[in-house]
Design a protein around this ligand. Structure first.
Ligand SMILES: CC(=O)N[C@H]1[C@@H](OP(=O)(O)OP(=O)(O)OC[C@H]2O[C@@H](n3ccc(=O)[nH]c3=O)[C@H](O)[C@@H]2O)O[C@H](CO)[C@@H](O)[C@@H]1O
Ligand SMILES: C=C(OP(=O)(O)O)C(=O)O
Length: 509
């Protein structure tokens, strides 16, 4: 066993012992050894046999000390502390994945600056590399270079990586120009209930795409002679369906009109990126997009996606729930306006800096400083709407914020079949969250949070909501299996720690 492993195992044992509230002597007693031996073990100064590791694991009733493949990552949070300082919002998951998919349109080199370093992006990179695209991190791993091959090897697709995302559905729009036949695995992602692909099929049919779903795959056949003869009217104002239609329109040699388009942040980023590829788009930021496509796209392009309004909302919530003064810098204000208006109504004390532009030269950013406030509940139910409404992915944070206010708030998530259900996890930390039906929860505040151990709900935003409640909860909490958070947030625990949170990352060995 190397010194490195001894040290890692030692700190896992120490963390686990402290989590149980034991002294070194108490653990020593359980193990039939001395306190000084436990001290040596915890400092990594003792060679440990596998048998001893197993005994310690049993005594601590902890999966921490398991031997084998590296297991899931967990967080241990010591809560009840105020945060302070300033934190920059990172670029968005949802624009990053759309732009990775859009790079499939370009036969030239694409560089994406400051792209989010998150698991969802890693999965899409694995997929595009598996089909022959070369990627390379540049500038201290901030920027990603993407160079396509002459022909894609779609048969070699890393299906396991693809199935872990929903974003892979956005391969349809770009691929339909390149291939006559291909297949994609069914889209995965968070467990939020059934999410339809019907609007995608309807939007792409005018471009000659027919999809059949069998055996876990969408089988696509494309009639390359087809092109839309009428405006494409989206059945739903969804983000990824709008992006798919845009990417199909980008290489349609003519004018495509997309109605009931989502004007949301990731769609805007995609539009700005496509214009850099020579595609003309009128109506960016509105629900009617008029796209003049180009038959072949081969140019070297450099683009910096904008900051994530959902991460901004998450960080604002971290400050609110811990009654802290924090500046959330580089927040894309246009995509937070309803959220901020509602928070103002609820009594939040905050101010905004002057506006400045994001790296894409378009998106308006501000620094938001939040101060400790006595919140009151919203008069009306809080519910999301497609942009410019309250963002669908920001809704879960309002459940947590409502739990800090004095009174009751109705939260209505009409969008997802399962997401509101996960908000009831807050009851395990002392919250009063009652599930009225699968779409509505009643939240009663204020809450005296107390720490506990929870396995991450299998949905990104509710998982982050639980983590943020743990920041407010007195005592120690453990959040197990945080892949779902890492899917959408870059180094969240480490960055919150820079604001003064006490969060340790640990994993099964
Ligand atoms: C990669 C990406 O960008 N993901 C985002 C995108 O997913 P995406 O665009 O894939 O969202 P979906 O198409 O799954 O839509 C989410 C749900 O909303 C319903 N729906 C949507 C629009 C509408 O006008 N009417 C309607 O009923 C859909 O039926 C579905 O149940 O949008 C979701 C909703 O904003 C966000 O949660 C996701 O973070
Ligand atoms: C639901 C979400 O994302 P996805 O579409 O990637 O599942 C989310 O970002 O909260």
């Amino acid at each position: 066993m190397t010194d490195d492993y001894s040290g890692q195992i030692g700190s896992l044992i120490r963390d686990s012992r402290l989590h149980r509230g034991w002294t070194q002597s108490q653990l020593a007693e359980q193990l039939g050894t001395s306190q000084s031996a436990v001290n040596r073990i915890e400092r990594g100064h003792q060679n440990l046999s596998l048998e001893m590791i197993a005994r310690i694991g049993k005594a601590l009733d902890s999966e921490l000390v398991s031997v084998g493949q590296a297991g899931p990552t967990h967080l241990r949070v010591t809560g009840g502390q105020r945060l302070s300082g300033s934190i920059d919002v990172k670029t968005s998951k949802n624009a990053s994945v759309a732009l990775l998919c859009a790079s499939l349109l370009n036969k030239g080199k694409t560089v994406l600056r400051g792209i989010a370093r998150i698991e969802e992006v890693n999965r899409i990179i694995e997929v595009i590399e598996s089909i022959g695209i070369k990627t390379r991190w540049l500038n201290d791993k901030r920027d990603l270079e993407i160079v396509p091959p002459e022909r894609l090897n779609l048969d070699d697709m890393d299906v396991a990586a693809a199935r872990r995302t929903r974003s892979v559905i956005m391969f349809l729009g770009p691929l339909l120009h390149r291939e006559k036949e291909f297949k994609l695995p069914y889209a995965g992602g968070c467990s939020l209930g059934t999410r339809t692909v019907q609007p995608h099929m309807a939007a792409l049919r005018p471009f000659g795409l027919e999809l059949k779903a069998t055996g876990g795959f969408y089988h696509a056949e494309v009639d390359h002679s087809a092109s839309p003869t009428r405006p494409i009217v989206l059945i739903e104002r969804g983000d990824t369906v709008t992006e798919n239609a845009l990417m199909a329109a980008a290489r349609n040699d003519g004018v495509t009109v997309i109605r009931n388009a989502s004007p949301n942040y990731m769609v805007q980023d995609l539009c700005y990126f496509l214009t850099r590829l020579g595609v003309e788009i009128d109506g960016i930021g509105t629900t009617t997009l008029t796209v003049r496509g180009v038959k072949d796209i081969e140019c070297d392009v450099d683009y910096a996606p904008s900051e994530d309004p959902i991460e901004a909302m998450s960080l604002l919530t971290a400050a609110i729930v811990t009654s802290s003064e924090v500046t959330v810098a580089r927040a894309p204000v246009e995509f937070l306006e309803i959220e901020l208006a509602l928070l103002e109504e609820m009594g939040l004390d905050f101010d905004l800096s002057a506006e400045y532009r994001a790296g894409n030269g378009e998106t308006r950013l501000v620094d938001i400083t939040v101060r400790p406030s006595m919140l009151k509940p919203s008069h009306d139910k809080i519910h999301p709407m497609p942009f410019p409404g309250l963002n669908i992915d920001n809704l879960p944070f309002f459940a947590l914020i409502a739990a800090t206010a004095s009174g009751t708030t109705l939260i209505h998530d009409w969008v997802y079949e399962n997401r509101a259900i996960y908000l009831t996890e807050l009851t395990r930390l002392g919250g009063k969250v009652t599930l009225l039906d699968p779409h509505r929860v009643m939240v009663e505040g204020p809450t005296h949070w107390s720490g506990t151990e929870i396995i991450c709900p299998p949905a990104l935003r509710p998982a982050v909501v639980v983590l943020l409640a743990m920041l407010a909860a007195k005592g120690t909490s453990v959040l197990r299996n945080v892949y779902v958070i890492n899917r959408g947030y870059e180094d969240l625990a480490a960055r919150l720690s820079l604001l003064g949170a006490t969060i340790e990352t640990f994993r099964d060995l």
